[in-house]
Design a protein around this ligand. Structure first.
Ligand code: HEC
Ligand code: HEC
Length: 220
């Protein structure tokens, strides 16, 4: 494609204006395409939607409401946390044979866009499977186990379990996914969190682990 004249030089020449007007969209496109993606501050939600509808929806649903208890719900998950996990799957820092091939052709700008996309999806309330178990979990979540040195989860993940921009939201998550992650932290299969969760998960008994996962699944 021939180089278009720069607007600054041609704009002053009145007789050539009609031609310039036809060229302007081309110039604007050329300028936009040359911008590094990081300079475009707003995450590209249309691009995220295209990616989600192309592949992620199969397991996580278009709205982040996943199709099976082993796939995490992503609706309402925090944007920076999501972007970091995707980067970690891509680099292999967090290992998953399901997730790694999903992200190997995506860019950091895509990760940011996907984070913003899932963070903006509405969360849905879910009933817990076992209310007695969830009551035990509520105590663990809010107070920890002071007799065995388990820290209160709420101090980091928040009393509503919504997390922070960089810490994961746990509210409304499938109990089975939460249990799996706690076990992976314990065994160090998942170690992209700098051992913070390993120290905590290694102190949880099977009852505490299942109870806290059950409690969290019922929060909105
Ligand atoms: C074949 C099913 C499948 C597909 C398709 C899939 N995922 Fe996943 N996803 C998983 C599984 C399984 C996990 C949990 C893996 C683990 O234990 O680390 C996961 C985990 C994640 C997590 C981490 C969530 C958390 O709470 O830490 C994010 C974020 C994620 N997926 C986003 C995506 C995006 C974005 C796409 C599309 C580009 C996608 N996934 C496509 C199965 C899938
Ligand atoms: C000292 C702070 C801290 C405390 C206390 C804490 N966590 Fe975490 N938690 C983290 C960090 C950091 C991560 C990982 C973030 C990352 O990978 O970037 C995390 C991740 C998790 C995840 C993975 C979420 C996902 O979507 O994959 C689960 C599940 C979890 N924590 C449960 C708990 C439970 C249950 C407790 C209480 C028994 C607890 N945490 C206490 C800091 C904490």
């Amino acid at each position: 494609m021939p180089m278009a004249p720069t607007p600054a030089r041609t704009a002053t020449r009145a007789p050539r204006l009609p031609r310039l007007r036809r060229l302007l969209p081309l110039v604007a496109t050329a300028v936009l395409l040359q911008l590094p993606p990081g300079l475009l501050a707003a995450p590209d939600l249309a691009r995220a939607e295209e990616i989600v509808q192309g592949k992620c929806f199969i397991c996580h649903g278009v709205e982040g409401e996943s199709s099976s208890p082993v796939f995490p719900r992503l609706a309402g998950q925090n944007a920076t946390y999501v972007a970091r996990q995707l980067a970690d799957y891509r680099s292999g820092k967090r290992k998953s044979s399901a997730m790694q091939p999903m992200v190997d052709d995506l860019t950091p700008a895509d990760f940011q866009a996907l984070g913003a996309y899932f963070a903006s999806r509405a969360t849905i309330g879910h009933a817990v499977a076992d209310t007695d178990l969830a009551q035990v979990g509520r105590f663990i979540y809010l107070r920890g186990n002071p007799y065995s040195g388990v820290a209160s989860c709420a101090t980091c993940h928040g009393s509503d379990a919504h997390g922070t921009e960089t810490l994961p939201r746990l509210a409304g998550q499938h109990a089975q996914y939460t249990e799996n992650q706690l076990k992976q932290f314990n065994s160090r299969e998942r170690n992209n969190d700098n051992a913070v969760m390993h120290a905590i998960a290694s102190k949880l008994t099977e009852l505490e682990l299942r109870a806290v996962a059950s409690y969290l699944s019922g929060l909105k």
